[in-house]
Write a protein that binds this ligand. Structure first.
Ligand code: C5P
Length: 232
């Protein structure tokens, strides 16, 4: 069995308010995306990485990230699509996985994933076919319409979805193909498997595993990174 990682990194990063795509901003000594790739390059359970970036950034990313930091597990750098779901589908088609292989899908913008969560996600896929890393909601969540609260879901049952999300290749590839044919849009990959009526296990993630989206996320990530460096 081969373990693949797909890294969707083909977003525009507009919410960061910078000219440069957020994933090339430096976090400590290297770009955000290089931290994300390092994590899997160093992880013994990971065999192959497929990186998905905007079409116009293919050369830049190959030269300034993959070659510069010598990521030897990156077998392909390919172009993404309009939505994240399109980018992941491109990655699934390009990665060359066999039906029973495990595929982890992890956002390029999440550079601080603890390595043991990767092991737990792979183990959960072996038990159940699909797994999702998540953390319990700390805040109360409100459902709102036209500026008015319509519902307060029971917080003790709410988890916030992160990545990686991990699957047997055949399951996630068929879910993406069906969604494409039927124009079904989900906000994460696990939702496509849920839509097929298949079980998805929860793996406990970390509140440090934040997605760098807005400028304050970068500040937080810098302080988490300093703490990790001090512990090592
Ligand atoms: O936009 P959002 O922050 O939800 O994106 C999550 C991840 O998906 C990011 O790493 C981003 O680069 C990636 N993405 C993608 N293709 C898109 C949009 C987002 O690969 N069209």
């Amino acid at each position: 069995m081969t373990v693949h990682v797909l890294i969707p990194a083909a977003g525009s990063g507009r919410r960061m308010g910078t000219d440069i795509n957020k994933q090339y901003l430096f976090l400590g000594d290297r770009p955000v995306l290089a931290h994300t790739l390092s994590l899997f390059e160093k992880h013994p359970a990971i065999d192959k990485i497929t990186l998905i970036v905007p079409l116009q950034e293919l050369d830049f990313c190959r030269e300034e990230v993959v070659e510069r930091y010598r990521f030897s597990k990156v077998q392909a750098v390919i172009a993404g699509g309009k939505e994240r779901q399109d980018s992941v589908r491109n990655g699934l088609q390009a990665c060359g996985a066999d039906a029973d292989d495990v595929v982890l899908i992890h956002d390029g913008a999440r550079p601080l994933l603890p390595p043991d969560v990767v092991d737990e996600a792979i183990a959960a896929v072996q038990r159940c076919g699909a797994a999702l890393v998540a953390v319990p909601a700390k805040d109360t969540v409100k459902e709102v319409e036209d500026g008015m609260v319509v519902k307060t879901p029971d917080r003790s049952r709410l988890w916030l979805a992160q990545t990686p999300q991990a699957f047997r290749y055949q399951l996630i590839a068929s879910a993406h193909e069906k969604a494409y044919k039927e124009a079904y849009q989900a906000t994460d990959d696990a939702q496509l498997v849920e839509w097929l009526g298949k079980p998805v296990a929860i793996v406990s993630g970390s509140y440090c595993n934040l997605k760098i989206t807005t400028p304050e996320d970068l500040l937080l990530a810098e302080s988490f990174l300093r703490q990790v460096d001090e512990e090592e």
